[in-house]
Design a protein around this ligand. Sequence first.
Ligand SMILES: [Zn+2]
Length: 481
Amino acid sequence: MWTRLRLAFAAILLLLLLTASWGQGVPPTSAQTSAAWVHLDVPPLRLHALPHTYAAHHLPDLAREAQASLNRIAARLDMPVTTPLDIYFVERIFWQGGVAYGSKVIISWPARNYLRIPIAAYLDHELTHALASRLTQPDGETNALLAEGLAVWATGGHYGVEPIHHIAAALARSPNYITIPDLADNLHAYQHETAYIEAGSFVGYLVETYGLETVKRLYASANTPERIIGRTYAQLERDWLTWLRPIPNDPAIAHWFDLRVRIFDAMRTYQETFDPAARELPPEPSNWTAEHVRTYAHTTQDPFAIVLETLLADINAAHRCGDLDAAESLLQRLTTAMRARAPTDADLHARLETVLAVQNARRWAQGDPTAAPPTPAVLLWAPLLALAERTGARLTITDLATLSPNHAVATLLIEKRWSDTSLVLQWQTTNTGTKWLITAITEQTQRSRDLCTKSPIASTTNRHSRTSTLVWLKPMRASSW
Ligand SMILES: [Zn+2]
């Protein structure tokens, strides 16, 4: 019975490693570093992922998203793509989850995605950087105001399609406003979400006023706009603020954005305190060492950090879906727990117990003599199901049948809450007389429904016009200006 249980358990764990991965995988040695990636070519894109990661398992889905994104961005920037672009997907979230080095971009796409930023937003943003890198001259000027502003504008928002001019108008009336000359001087010194939205709206204003081609020329003389359009950043800031002025004051947008800032500031506190590796920016992949592979093929296994990440995921889900009261209350619980460095309410205690139970069960299935043997099978399933649910997957046994005394089939539906795809897996085990073996695992990917019960951004949102708004907020009177 124990052997059968252990094998069945190993099967479940294998499935979860393949799907709702806890970031497991065998890190390569340094000699294998350059060959550490798995690849998928969809010219002109070249996709790369670290073996055994969530992204590696979803490369075909990611390729479709990346092709759609590239088409979108190439049209948006009016820049046809003729040379290869490389996208590297990693398991650990670093910073906000994306970075570009010329035509190479790195994007975090983990199983336990606590940021809940849509993949399209990452791809649009980083591929804009990759294309825009061709606008710079060897002896030209660059600055982050134009680089990040162009990426936010081309994406239609920062972490998705968002009403950037409405948010900027709210910021311009708030004490958190950052001046454009300050952003031009050193954008990365300021509050991240605020700086990026202001930059996106500012670049959007420049495109609407001076045209895309002029903005592209400005990109190569980024520190001296007066050379291209005859106005300094201080003068352009006054023009932009005048342009934003007709947008009516909207406390709901201001509240929504203020909460985003506090959520992402809390997220950065989480990273600094509980997953310091997430505050390191990965270098260009050709410069990676075996240590980089180890760092980015995995994510934290600390049980309490996993609990905090599940809470962060819930916070971002609530905020993204427009449930601001829930997001606010979850954020307070996160802040309290991070200060205490321990679970501070019954739900967090339950989450921690679940994580510990499954980590123990995994060690037991791997033959670790220090792991406590789990008892009845039903008790083994329960924490697995609960953890799958809480760490990013909804795992439902849709069928579990013993076809004969020596042959069992389980069909599992695994819905990834942070992804728009789900997996249907069928796993068969056969008893050879002395032990049970996994004889087949079949997998089918299917699109899943929109995960928000109320979508924060309507499909009717006009992503590139000043009439875009958050539909769960009260309607904007765009025609008034
Ligand atoms: Zn960027």
